[in-house]
Design a protein around this ligand. Structure first.
Ligand SMILES: COc1cc(/C=C/C(=O)SCCNC(=O)CCNC(=O)[C@H](O)C(C)(C)COP(=O)(O)OP(=O)(O)OC[C@H]2O[C@@H](n3cnc4c(N)ncnc43)[C@H](O)[C@@H]2OP(=O)(O)O)ccc1O
Ligand SMILES: O=C(O)CCC(=O)C(=O)O
Ligand SMILES: [Fe+2]
Length: 364
């Protein structure tokens, strides 16, 4: 529902109560017709995209890789590994996930957020019947100095039966279908990436540590007043092995340049998926593949949705550089072995802070 002129009003006196506790989210703030951004969302100058220090580099672009069978397989494999080493980010087209499945999960995202706050609030951290389903706003509100203009629904996959029993009806079938139909793409990408690391075969143990758990997030970024003063998602790197990201046609995702001096826009391409390397794979590849910092800008005129699938080790896995990588030329380990759930908890308990999470695993 778009706000009408007569509805325009000030922010609620207790913002936390309205957004988080009653479950209205930032979507609720937009629908109230706020004219100005509440102060809690005003980011420090250095985090705003309008600052000179955050310049956009329009002439740069992350690779767009055609994965269709008509293309020479070796060329595709090289392009993927090169992109993972240099950029940590690339887009894939002709990837095998049906367009209809992608459209359906975007529609399902809208369907979930269009539910009444009383329905959505049943899934907040305080109310959710399971830790595997969580509806929230911003990233880590207790730890953040300034909030982010984003609502999310986070669904941790354990089994189809558990998902059917616990995920919200408005989106569960579509989210499950998107996960299922992405499976072949995920395996193909991991096989390709492992080959260059001298990992000849993904056996059961390797499969568990590379893709033993999955989380799907339905992100909703409503129109934002004074959007230049805030962010939709602050600078961060993902803690996953790989992330498969579906974005709509709005735009707003930016990736840090290699020299860290600027930001590259990831242009929406109909039917494409954005792939990025997460911290877990940076660690397992001993830094060969890069988990790159990225961020999302808030938009003053359009609502945006995105749906990442985070492909992860299992929480109980210990991750560290693969022996195959170290053995190949006696390379020294740059990261220590860490319990993956400790690593993820460390990530979730602090505000977004660029590339800082990986310091937790660095050998200094
Ligand atoms: C939300 O906005 C985001 C999210 C992201 C995500 C990027 C990713 O790469 S997600 C992939 C993360 N990996 C996994 O989910 C797989 C492994 N999972 C686990 O290890 C566990 O499920 C766990 C996440 C560590 C939770 O473990 P548990 O033992 O049950 O511990 P808790 O006490 O429940 O949680 C620990 C701590 O984390 C907070 N938290 C848990 N789940 C979420 C969630 N989905 N979203 C946000 N925060 C979460 C929880 O509140 C706890 O913090 P406290 O301060 O309350 O103690 C990228 C960018 C974004 O903007
Ligand atoms: O919305 C996007 O384009 C990116 C989302 C993201 O970076 C995340 O959820 O980790
Ligand atoms: Fe991310």
């Amino acid at each position: 529902m778009a706000p009408t002129r007569s509805m325009m009003m000030d922010s609620p006196s207790d913002l936390n109560e309205f957004v988080m506790i009653q479950g209205n989210g930032v979507k609720g703030l937009y629908e109230m017709g706020l004219k100005t951004l509440p102060k809690q969302y005003i980011q420090p100058l250095e985090e705003r995209m309008s600052m000179m220090t955050n310049k956009v580099v329009p002439q740069e672009s992350i690779p767009i890789i055609d994965m269709s069978n008509n293309n020479n397989n070796c060329d595709v494999e090289d392009a993927i590994c090169d992109a993972a080493e240099k950029w940590g980010f690339f887009q894939v087209i002709n990837h095998g996930v049906p367009t209809q499945v992608l459209e359906n999960v975007k529609d399902a995202t809208y369907r979930f957020y269009e539910l009444a706050a009383e329905e959505k609030v049943k899934y907040t951290k305080e109310n959710s019947p399971t830790k595997h389903v969580r509806y929230g706003s911003s990233f880590s509100p207790q730890a953040e100095k300034a909030l982010e203009w984003k609502d999310y629904l986070s669904l941790f996959y354990v089994s189809e039966d558990e998902a059917i029993a616990t995920w919200p009806y408005a989106c569960r079938n579509e989210a499950l279908e998107y996960m299922k139909k992405s499976e072949a793409l995920i395996k193909r990408l991991l096989n390709i990436l492992m080959k260059r690391l001298n990992v000849k075969e993904i056996d059961e143990t390797k499969e568990a540590v590379l893709m033993g758990s999955k989380r799907i997030n339905l992100n909703y970024y409503p129109v934002c007043p004074n959007h230049d003063l805030t962010v939709a998602i602050g600078r961060h790197s993902d803690v996953s092995t790989l992330t498969i990201l579906l974005q709509d046609q709005t735009g707003g995702l930016f990736v840090r340049t290699e020299d860290r001096r600027g930001w590259i826009h990831v242009p929406p391409i109909p039917g494409a998926l954005v792939i990025n390397i997460g911290d877990a794979l940076q660690i397992m590849s001993n830094g060969r593949y890069k988990s790159i910092e990225h961020r999302v800008t808030a938009n003053g005129s359009k609502t945006r949705v995105s749906v990442p699938i985070f492909v992860n080790p299992r929480p109980s896995d210990v991750i560290g550089p693969f022996l195959e990588v170290l053995a190949s030329d006696g390379e020294k380990a740059k990261y220590k072995n860490v319990l993956y759930s400790d690593y993820v908890k460390h990530f979730f308990r602090k505000a977004h802070d660029g590339k800082m999470t990986i310091e937790y695993a660095k050998i200094t």
